[in-house]
Write a protein that binds this ligand. Structure first.
Ligand SMILES: NC(=O)C1=CN([C@@H]2O[C@H](COP(=O)(O)OP(=O)(O)OC[C@H]3O[C@@H](n4cnc5c(N)ncnc54)[C@H](O)[C@@H]3O)[C@@H](O)[C@H]2O)C=CC1
Ligand SMILES: O=C(CO)COP(=O)(O)O
Length: 345
């Protein structure tokens, strides 16, 4: 059994800390809000993020980063993408031994277009960084905390590291696959949030399942196009971290991205929506990043373009849908079917 520090005491950090505690590891959950940390230690709950969930008695929490990482060979980083660099810088100041950093955050940094694993490698001194492993897939914290069956992927360039992480997390309700395509896994996890925002918008506008199926299918084609240009293995997008996560995020009431889109479709402003949410909506920043990236690498991403206009140029969501529907007529062309046929190995 291992000593593992989980940095980020929101919905996903808490749910993953539960999985690791259930597996018998010694887990310390680190957060920056003392009231919340006291609640976890004293009441064994984290009501703001996971109401009605009782946390394992052996799960400890701390506001002290040095104390949380003391003796840990594995650090799970699960703060919003916006906070990754800041938390890594704090971590870098406290590290005294080499660690494997596992991250479970889903986003791309605007302006730099960096994926989370790239930011981690930039911020953590290489003498302390044994490996970076990504944990991603269709996995709403609310359902994992109820110990409902969930599948995810552990990805690393080094398959042995991915397998170690698979072993750490796997149990009867949490099944972990491995993959060596770090780029594809991170791009899929980040970009599905954009499509979930768009799916929320069409639901909020009162359009039905046809519109959502169209967005999911054509959205996946956009994700694949960008992923391919970034060097991903296109087959990855037909798997858990691509299509799987796209399905769960576009169709679940648990999704903060879908819920935010839904409110936008109902006429709320972006500021009103984000004030309302109280949790991270990663798709907003990732839309900005994908919009910039698509232009840089010359990839056509019409849904991303329209969502960018709705979020940042005040475009009426209904007009954005009209614009997508009246684009120049096309052949279906490069669709996911090309890749899905290769998947069932
Ligand atoms: N909630 C979910 O079901 C899933 C979330 N994710 C990803 O996990 C990441 C985190 O998401 P959630 O836990 O859901 O977000 P959340 O909004 O529920 O919680 C975020 C937590 O990070 C903390 N935080 C923010 N900035 C910080 C800083 N500078 N220092 C220390 N703590 C800081 C907040 O206090 C809060 O506790 C996101 O990238 C998200 O896309 C991935 C899979 C599932
Ligand atoms: O990534 C997730 C599920 O796999 C969570 O999605 P949201 O951030 O939209 O809630």
């Amino acid at each position: 059994m291992e000593k593992i520090a989980v940095l980020g005491a929101g919905s996903w950090g808490t749910a993953l800390a539960m999985v690791l505690s259930d597996n018998g590891h010694t887990v310390t959950l680190w957060g920056n809000k003392s009231e919340q940390i006291n609640e976890i230690n004293e009441q064994h709950t984290n009501k703001r993020y996971l109401p009605e969930i009782n946390l394992p008695q052996n799960l400890k929490a701390s506001v002290n980063l040095k104390e949380a990482i003391n003796g840990a060979n594995y650090i799970l980083l699960v703060v919003p993408t916006k906070a990754i660099r800041e938390v890594c810088q704090q971590l870098n100041n406290e590290l005294t031994n080499e660690v494997t950093i596992i991250h479970a955050s889903k986003g791309i940094e605007p302006d730099t277009s960096k994926r989370v694993s790239e930011m981690i490698s930039e911020e953590i001194d290489s003498k302390f960084l044994k490996s970076v492993v990504v944990l991603s897939g269709p996995s709403h914290a609310e359902e994992v905390a109820l110990r409902h069956p969930t599948t995810v992927t552990s990805a690393s360039k080094n398959m042995e590291d991915a397998e170690v992480v698979q072993e750490l997390f796997s149990n009867g309700y949490f099944r972990v696959y491995t993959n060596e395509d770090v780029i594809g896994v991170e791009i899929g996890g980040a970009l599905k949030n954009i499509i979930a925002l768009a799916a929320g918008i069409t639901d909020g506008l009162g359009y039905g399942d046809n519109a959502k199926a169209a967005l999911m299918t054509r959205g996946l084609a956009e994700i694949i196009r960008l992923g391919k240009a970034m060097g991903a293995n296109t087959q990855t997008f037909a798997g858990l971290t691509g299509m799987g996560d796209l399905i769960v995020t576009c169709t679940s009431v648990h999704s903060r991205n879908w819920r935010a889109g839904n409110l936008l479709g109902k006429g709320k402003s972006l500021d009103e929506v984000l004030d309302n949410m109280g949790m991270v909506v990663e798709g907003v920043r990732t839309t900005k990043a994908a919009y910039q990236l698509a232009k840089q690498v010359n990839v056509e991403m019409p849904i991303v373009n329209e969502l960018h206009a709705v979020l940042f140029e005040n475009k009426n969501p209904k007009l954005a849908v009209d614009a997508l529907m009246s684009r120049v007529k096309k052949h279906e062309g490069e669709s996911t079917s090309n890749y899905i046929s290769d998947l069932a190995e």
